[in-house]
Structure formats: C-alpha cells, structure tokens
Design a protein around this ligand. Structure first.
Ligand SMILES: Nc1ncnc2c1ncn2[C@@H]1O[C@H](COP(=O)(O)OP(=O)(O)OP(=O)(O)O)[C@@H](O)[C@H]1O
Length: 269
C-alpha cells in the first residue's frame, strides 16, 4: 500500500476491493491507456479526469471488464474472499459480478435502461437477477427506490422513454443501486444535463454513495463532479496518469503543468 493509500483507506477495511496493475490498451497505433496502477478500498470514491481523448473511457471499460487489456491486471475481491483477476474468471461469474456486486452508470441513460420496460420493471429486473421472486416485495422495493431518487411513485408504470433526461438518469441510478453493489462505475454521470439538474443529481448521488458505503470509480471531464464526489483523483493525459492524490489537494495545489492548466481553465470560466 502506498503512503497515500494508507492515509485514505478506511481504517476498518484495509483489504483492497480493487487492485489495478500496469494496465495498458492500444487501438492499433492509437494509445488508449498506458501502465495505469491504483488500489481502491471499500467505500472509497476515485475520480478520473482528463480532457477528451485522454483515455478515461478506455480505462473505465477495462476496469469493468468490458474491454480486454493488452497488458496488466484488474483484480477484484470476489465474494469478499480475496482478490482475483477478473479476466481469469469464468464468463458466467464475470456476468454475475456485473449484475450483483457492480453497477455501471452510463452517461447516456438510454445505454443503461430498458426504454420499453416500465420504471418499476427497470428497477425490479435487477432485484430478480439476484433472486427476488415475490411480486409485491419487488414492487414495494422499486417504489421505495423511486422515492429515494426523487421520482414520483405515481410514475412507476410509465416507461422511461417518456421521462426527462434528469429523470432517466435518476432511474438509472436506482436500477444500479437497488442491489446494493459494492462497486459502481460511473461514466460522466451528469454529462448532458442542465446545470441546475446536474447540481441536484450530484447531491443525490453523493448522499446515496456515502450513506450506502459504496466504492465508486467516476470518470468525468468536469472537475466540479470530482470535487463533490471523489475522495481521490487521478489526472490522465494521453493515456497516462500524470498526477494523483487526495481530490482537494490535487485541485487546490496541482503540481503537474497539465493539471494546473485544467484547474486554471475552469477558474477562468
Ligand atoms: N474503439 C476505438 N477504436 C480506436 N480508437 C479508439 C477507440 N476507443 C478509443 N480510441 C482512442 O483512444 C484514445 C482514448 O480514448 P478514450 O475514449 O478512452 O478517451 P476519453 O478520455 O474517454 O475521451 P472522451 O472524454 O472524449 O470520451 C483516443 O485517442 C481515442 O480516439
């Protein structure tokens, strides 16, 4: 464990949830990400920032096993029994992780929701994937989750294609969190929304993540998002991590010239 990780790791849980070593991916001649390593502890939120094309999505897709790396490993504490390389898990077990222990919040809610299934069905489907069978209990839990993400319970039978972008994103969050995952991957969770909708959604997300003690990897180009959500921050440029540390430290006192540029360009807005 690095000195930084020792400081930021929750004391009661020093066993890592996710350990990433030397992760690299190229697309032909184009660099996706290069030699990325970090460790994430239960309940910790790490932000990954960088300009467009810096490799954030590539890294996220590697972490949640949607993309195979050229080199490096992604290890996850499967079933609380210790770290295992996710790329060496049998496919059904990897898929099960995705349905139960992990959540994935896409920038575009259309990628994370079933638009032709009711709001309640979208939430209930995840519960059924972890074994829930009682219709009344599933509907009750779905209703509870709609209220937790501030959606009107009266819309439970409506399809998300009739919801606003902000409402769809809140439903996607409910669908992901209802199974109480230990780790959630978020790709620009407030991207594409109005500023006022973004602020409320961020507040809601922060509350839920903290309250449920969920660990998260949040990819964004928006420094305000990581300021609010992330304990730690990694800054990427051209596929490499150029700076990392506690979020406030990195944003208030950036050392790498590229981070300084990112921070100052936001201040000038
Ligand atoms: N499927 C792909 N095929 C070829 N090149 C790709 C592919 N996906 C990403 N790249 C390239 O890899 C590099 C990193 O892209 P990536 O999407 O990971 O960056 P990003 O930081 O997430 O950007 P953005 O914020 O715009 O989504 C870019 O040069 C991009 O063009």
């Amino acid at each position: 464990m690095s000195a930084l990780e020792a400081v930021t790791a929750p004391r009661a849980a020093v066993r890592p949830l996710l350990r990433v070593c030397g992760l690299s991916k190229s697309y032909g001649e184009t660099v996706g990400c290069v030699d990325v390593s970090f460790t994430l502890y239960p309940g910790e939120v790490i932000g990954i920032v960088g300009e467009s094309g810096s490799g954030k999505s590539t890294l996220l897709n590697l972490l949640c096993a949607q993309l195979e790396p050229d080199a490096g490993t992604v290890e996850y504490d499967v079933g609380g029994e210790g770290l295992r390389d996710v790329f060496c898990l049998p496919e059904p077990q990897r898929r099960r992780l995705m349905r139960t222990d992990w959540g994935l919040v896409h920038q575009n809610p259309r990628d994370g929701l079933r638009m032709d299934v009711s709001a309640g069905g979208n939430v209930g489907e995840r519960l059924m994937a972890v074994g829930a069978r009682h219709y009344g209990a599933i509907r009750g839990e779905a209703l509870d989750w709609l209220s937790r993400v501030e959606l009107d319970g009266g819309r439970i039978d409506d399809r998300p294609k009739h919801f606003s972008g902000g409402m769809q994103q809140r439903l996607q969050i409910a669908r992901n969190l209802v199974t109480r995952p230990r780790l959630v991957f978020m790709d620009e969770p407030t991207g594409g929304l109005d500023v006022s909708v973004q602020a409320r959604l961020l507040d809601l997300l922060r509350g839920l993540v903290r309250e449920m003690g969920i660990a998260a990897v949040v990819v964004t180009h928006d420094l305000a998002v990581v300021r609010l959500l992330a304990d730690r921050l990694m800054v990427m440029r051209r596929g490499r991590v150029v700076e990392e540390g506690l979020t406030d430290q990195v944003l208030d006192d950036p050392h790498h010239p590229y981070t300084q540029l990112l921070v100052s360009s936001v201040l000038q807005v």
